[in-house]
Design a protein around this ligand. Structure first.
Ligand code: NAG
Ligand code: NAG
Ligand code: NAG
Ligand code: NAG
Ligand code: NAG
Ligand code: NAG
Ligand code: NAG
Ligand code: NAG
Length: 206
């Protein structure tokens, strides 16, 4: 028989897992109708503005686009880019999913995590912008909610410690201008970094 302590711990672990999973939502864009455009009738499958207006979006949520390779998904934080209905490669805040598919009509599921608060814009730039002009575009307002989960919150890089240069080592002023790093601070960072790596490995193993 399982010792009660183990059962209790397992119950807690399940509770914690359920709670953290329940905190974030996946939004299937367009619901059952997905992310589609009919080039014959020049219409999008649904009104994506109306779809978005009925939802609440928060950091750590995902947008799931059920679509095919006849449409694209561009994510941007730049309203000018949305209005132009064309993706600007030089804009660091604009992302296009590229599965390397060159055939028409191949089924695709694209998941975009919401990682920046405030306005986020989505559109398809296929058909020289015609899809976007005819409704395959929407904007959302991402609220803070619970904040980013660790899986999406990239750890900061370990602190940079400049190697001692021969010049400063030899200079009599070197020790005055560049005091040795505080060991307590350095080890604190090391522990934090090790913890991040451990959590990352745990997430990877899940
Ligand atoms: C939400 O979508 C992401 C990305 O596809 C996936 O990793 C995660 O398991 C999904 N979460 C839920 C609760 O379905
Ligand atoms: C586009 O709409 C036309 C007219 O309603 C329909 O006949 C056709 O099957 C649709 N095409 C797609 C790919 O859904
Ligand atoms: C789509 O829905 C929005 C919000 O409900 C509305 O303002 C807009 O006129 C609709 N667009 C079309 C083409 O019906
Ligand atoms: C938005 O995109 C336009 C057109 O590419 C560009 O001129 C502008 O600088 C961008 N704005 C921001 C805030 O990146
Ligand atoms: C794009 O780069 C600029 C300058 O490097 C930076 O200020 C801005 O936050 C970046 N935008 C995004 C969405 O990463
Ligand atoms: C995809 O686009 C091609 C070329 O325009 C068209 O022949 C095909 O019917 C489209 N397929 C779907 C599923 O919309
Ligand atoms: C779709 O709309 C574009 C303008 O946005 C127009 O040039 C094109 O002829 C239209 N196609 C059809 C099939 O109505
Ligand atoms: C986005 O939502 C936040 C929090 O609800 C609100 O303060 C902000 O005004 C909204 N921004 C836009 C552009 O709707």
């Amino acid at each position: 028989m399982t010792p009660p302590v183990v059962e209790t711990l397992t119950a807690y672990a399940l509770l914690i897992t359920a709670a953290s999973a329940a905190g974030y939502s996946n939004h299937t864009v367009g619901g059952k109708l997905g992310w589609f455009f009919n080039a014959t009738t020049n219409t999008s499958a649904t009104n994506y503005t109306a779809w978005a207006a009925a939802q609440t979006f928060a950091l750590g949520d995902y947008l799931i686009f059920n679509t095919n390779s006849n449409q694209t998904v561009i994510q941007t934080y730049n309203q000018t880019t949305l209005r132009s209905c064309s993706a600007d490669d030089s804009d660091n805040g604009t992302f296009q999913y590229n599965g390397g598919i060159t055939n028409f009509g191949e089924a695709l599921t694209i998941a975009f995590p919401l990682t920046i608060e405030g306005p986020n814009y989505y559109f398809s730039d296929a058909g020289d912008g015609i899809q976007c002009q005819h409704g395959l575009a929407f904007q959302i307002n991402v609220t803070h909610g619970l904040g980013l989960p660790p899986s999406l919150n990239q750890p900061p890089p370990p602190p940079y410690i400049a190697p001692p240069s021969p010049d400063t080592a030899e200079s009599p002023l070197g020790t005055v201008l560049f005091p040795p790093p505080n060991d307590a601070v350095a080890s604190h960072y090391d522990v934090r970094w090790a913890l991040y790596c451990f959590v990352a490995v745990l997430i990877f193993l899940r």
